[in-house]
Design a protein around this ligand. Structure first.
Ligand code: ADP
Length: 911
């Protein structure tokens, strides 16, 4: 990073500067100290030299004084002798030389630090033993040869540094006379002025006044302290400077970053926007590249020109007045402007114009930032014209839609009508055929009628399919989920399939585990349709073996939501892989030959898959030819709820017998939830042998009728009764309740028959049923028949339904229309009213409303009223329930459905 590099460089420079300054300070301090010492030493030496000179001069002066003033007058004096032996001769005085020598000796003794010597290279014999030093010889030579008056040298001696200072002793007139005449004189040619010898004074440097004092030390201390203070000041200053530099550097960095940021922003702005600036008069002072390219002018053509240069004249002057007013009063103006470029072409911009201020806070410029919206404007324009076209088209389409809707409604009405019109005669055909089949017939007649019945059934199913498909196709089919007793619904759906399967020698197996909730939010009608269609196909395409229906429940997020899973496995012909992909398409059959062999329209699975789709579910299959198919459906359900009722533990144990383990597991799970203890058997012999030895224990038996080749359920019950088991403790589950079976049960005094697969509530009802000597349920005695009012205008239907009911030992009263029905209801209370919907004089819905009012007025028990009609659309059913009916039976009437209604009513019969 450049900034880091700069900082690093600066820190290095600072370090080097510090070192340099410190070294420079040391260097100058050393120089200063050396100079100081040198100057001080020089002054000291001078001082010492002056002292030595004075000293030598004093001795010289004294010697001159002594020679001239004392000795010279006494020369030749009778009593005073001048001799060098003056110490041995009283009354004599020393000659000047002796006196000087002794004086020097005397002075040296007085002050040990000062050494004064007088010496000569021509000594008298008594001093001939004195040796001359190198200095002495040098001094004598210098004085004689160079004529010097003094000679000195600083020398290092044992006691330290010392000044050796020599002055010449010159021959005076008195001296020459004496020396040249003296017998012991070593030389006799002395001239006045000759250097006889030298006087040497040695002064130690320590004698120096300056050295002795502390001043020099003070000076050094002062210099040192000054140096330290200077150094500290230097460091302090350096730290301050460094801080300031750091601060400056930081500021500089911030400034650089801000500048960079600003540049980037400006660059971004320049890349995107058209920017210009004007002075307060509107004269252009700046334009960016975008501005220049869009306007077609160069900078030279723009700078200084008024902004009006790009005014297209499209906008009214008021708009610019308002703009000017906004920005001159400090506001920001936003808007869309149409400008004109140099070539005379228009372009649109979205502009933001605002003032800029000088340092004094006065508006000094205006900046305008714009984006090119020419294309957008063009698009808007295009859109506007397209919209106008679209509006026109819409109007046409609307008319077409209305026409289509009217056509669709007409089609729906036509379909409903057709359905009703076809169903009514179909009721007659199917019903009468069934009645005829119930009479004694020749084999040929039975054959013919059988064909009529199956053809009519097929026609009806095709009719139903086409009706459903056209409803789904027209989007008319709505799903209406309600909370439904799942187990009751599913078992109910499968009962007719079980009968169908049994007829083909195929067994229908139901696996409905405990994990499936008791209640879920589903559309019961459509769920039934899906399951029945898949099951019917499975049975239809399976020649032998079994069809297994497995119900599952996948728990969702824990809020009760879940997925209801339906699986139908068959062991039938299977579907080739190439055709599996199209199996859910309308009018598609895996193999066109199947139509001939099995019949069908190819609409069933198309309807089923669309219903599943409408219920937000999924459908799929796996199949292999010759092995069978597995169809699965997953339906998301809003709510899954278990029955919270806790049933008390029952005293009786239940022994179940079924050779199909899945069926037995399903029934036993129902029973366990009802509080029963179950013992399950799959082998009839095992059950028989165990119950033979313990028949007296309180226990009930629930026996499946269709067991194996050896046993039927009836046979097992016969054995049980033979062991002493009571008939009231035996219950039979059968796929179908044929009259033969009913007779067999009657003969065994067994009054408990359940149709396969039984619902939990059915089993419970059967178990709680009080023993009855008369046989009820399906086959009622004459006296136990219901009083039924049949409201029906169609003669064929009147005859058909009446016969069906009478054959079931019920008493039928006929009413031609609603009004007649009301009159009859005023006089009688019926166990059941079967009400057609479309009738002359008064329809079924109106009649029901009136009957309900009548009951309310008279405070009578409410009669069960069931619609029995060819009007089978959901809207028709809704109208029936709204009017107060209890149920709805579609025409042509299915016997199983009619029997179920009769059974329900019988159970709650009021008479
Ligand atoms: P259809 O009324 O003809 O049965 P579907 O739509 O119900 O119409 O079925 C379409 C075709 O799918 C059938 O004709 C048959 O070829 C095939 N199919 C449906 N279910 C099965 C099945 N369980 N086993 C074999 N083929 C089946």
């Amino acid at each position: 990073m450049p900034n880091y590099h700069q900082a690093h460089q600066l820190a290095g420079q600072q370090r080097r500067f510090r070192w340099f300054m410190s070294l420079a300070a040391c260097f100058f301090a050393v120089i200063f100290l050396a100079l100081g010492t040198w100057v001080v030493r020089g002054a000291e030496d001078d001082q010492l030299l002056r002292s030595a000179r004075t000293y030598a001069k004093a001795i010289d002066s004294f010697r001159a004084f002594y020679t001239d003033v004392i000795v010279t007058p006494l020369v030749g004096h009778p009593w005073v002798e001048v001799t060098e032996h003056y110490r041995d001769q009283p009354g004599s005085i020393p000659i000047p030389a002796t006196m000087t020598l002794d004086l020097a000796e005397f002075m040296s003794q007085r002050d040990e630090t000062i050494d004064t010597r007088l010496l000569s290279d021509f000594p008298f014999p008594q001093r001939a033993d004195r040796l001359l030093t190198e200095f002495d010889q040098q001094a004598l030579a210098m004085m004689r040869e160079a004529g010097r008056d003094e000679y000195y040298r600083f020398e290092m001696q044992a006691g330290g540094k010392a000044l050796i200072f020599a002055t010449p002793i010159r021959m005076q007139p008195t001296c020459t006379a004496c020396h040249n005449n003296h017998p012991d004189s070593p030389r006799r040619d002395w001239q006045v002025g000759d250097v006889r010898g030298i006087q040497v004074v040695t002064l130690p440097v320590s004698q120096s006044v300056l050295a002795k004092s502390d001043r020099f030390l003070y000076l050094i201390v002062f210099v040192f302290l000054t140096f330290v203070a200077a150094l500290l000041a230097l460091f302090f200053m350096d730290t301050r400077v460094r801080n300031i530099v750091d601060l400056l550097f930081d500021r500089n960095r911030e400034l650089e970053a801000a500048t960079k940021e600003l540049k980037q922003q400006q660059n971004a702005l320049d890349q995107h926007a058209i920017v210009s600036m004007t002075d307060t008069d509107g004269n252009i002072t700046y334009t960016n590249q975008h501005f220049r390219s869009i306007s077609g002018y160069s900078d030279a053509e723009l700078i200084g020109r008024n902004h009006r240069i790009i005014n297209s004249g499209f906008h009214p002057p008021e708009m610019f007045e308002q703009l000017w007013q906004t920005i001159t009063s400090g506001g920001v103006w936003h808007g869309e402007i149409k400008n004109i470029n140099k070539a005379g072409d228009d372009y649109w911009v979205k502009a933001t114009i605002m003032p800029l201020y000088d340092a004094a806070g006065q508006i000094d410029r205006f900046i305008s930032i714009r984006t090119d919206i020419t294309q957008q404007k063009q698009l808007e324009q295009d859109l506007k014209s397209s919209n106008e076209e679209l509006y026109a088209l819409n109007a046409t389409l609307d008319e077409a839609r209305q026409a289509a809707e009217a056509a669709s409604e007409a089609k729906s009405a036509f379909l409903a009508n057709m359905s009703h019109e076809i169903r009514t005669p179909m009721t007659g055909i199917i019903g009468m055929t069934e009645l005829a089949l119930d009479t004694e017939l020749t084999a040929t007649q039975r054959g013919y009628l059988g064909v009529v019945k199956s053809s009519a059934d097929a026609l009806l199913s095709i009719l139903n399919d086409i009706l459903d498909f056209s409803k789904i196709d027209a989007g008319k089919l709505a799903i209406s989920p309600v909370e439904t007793d799942l187990k009751a619904l599913l078992t109910q759906c499968l009962k007719p399939a079980a009968v169908l399967a049994r007829k083909k020698g195929v067994s229908l197996v139901l696996e409905l585990p405990e994990s499936v909730p008791d209640y879920a939010c589903v559309d019961p009608v459509r769920l039934r349709q899906v399951l029945v269609n898949i099951c019917d196909n499975a049975i239809k395409f399976t020649a032998e073996g079994r069809v297994k229906v497995s119900i599952g429940w996948q728990t969702g997020t824990g809020d009760g939501k879940g997925i209801l899973c339906l699986h139908v496995y068959d062991q039938g012909i299977g579907i080739p892989e190439s055709q599996q992909a199209h199996i859910f398409d309308a009018f598609s059959q895996a193999d066109s030959s199947t139509t001939r062999q099995f019949g069908g329209t190819g609409l069933g699975l198309a309807i089923t898959s669309r219903l599943v789709e409408l219920m937000q579910g999924r459908i799929g299959l796996e199949s292999s030819v010759g092995q069978g198919s597995h169809f699965w459906v997953e339906l998301p359900c809003e709510q899954g709820r278990f029955n919270q009722t806790l049933y008390p533990d029952q005293e009786k144990t239940l022994w179940l017998l079924d050779t199909v383990a899945e069926n037995m597991r399903t029934v036993s799970s129902f029973l366990i939830r009802l509080g029963y203890t179950c013992e399950c058997f799959t082998d009839p012999d095992a059950l028989l042998s165990q119950s033979k030895s313990a028949f007296s224990e309180p226990r009930s038996y629930l026996i499946q009728h269709h067991l194996n080749a050896e046993y039927t359920g009836i046979q097992v019950i016969e054995q049980l009764l033979a062991y002493g088991v009571l008939p009231k403790d035996c219950m039979l589950i059968s796929d179908a309740s044929s009259s033969e079976l009913q007779q067999q049960l009657q003969s065994l005094q067994i009054d408990r028959l359940l149709t396969h697969p039984p619902a939990p509530a059915e089993i419970q009802q059967m178990l709680q049923k009080q023993p009855d000597n008369s046989i009820e349920l399906v086959c009622h005695s004459e006296g136990a028949g219901l009083q039924i009012l049949l409201v029906e205008d169609n003669k064929v239907n009147q005859r058909l339904i009446s016969t069906l009911l009478q054959k079931r030992h019920h008493q039928v009263t006929l009413a031609e229309h609603g009004k007649q029905a009301i009159e009859l209801c005023q006089q009688h209370i019926f166990d059941l009213v079967l009400m057609d919907m479309q009738m002359p004089v008064m329809g079924g819905v109106e009649a029901t409303i009136k009957i309900r009012e009548l009951e309310a007025q008279q405070g009578r028990a409410v009669m069960p009223i069931y619609a029995m009609t060819a009007n089978v659309l959901p809207a028709d059913k809704e109208a029936c329930f709204k009017a107060g009916m209890n149920g709805h039976l579609g025409k042509p009437v299915k016997l199983t459905e009619l029997d179920a209604v009769l059974e329900t009513v019988k159970r709650f019969a009021v008479t």
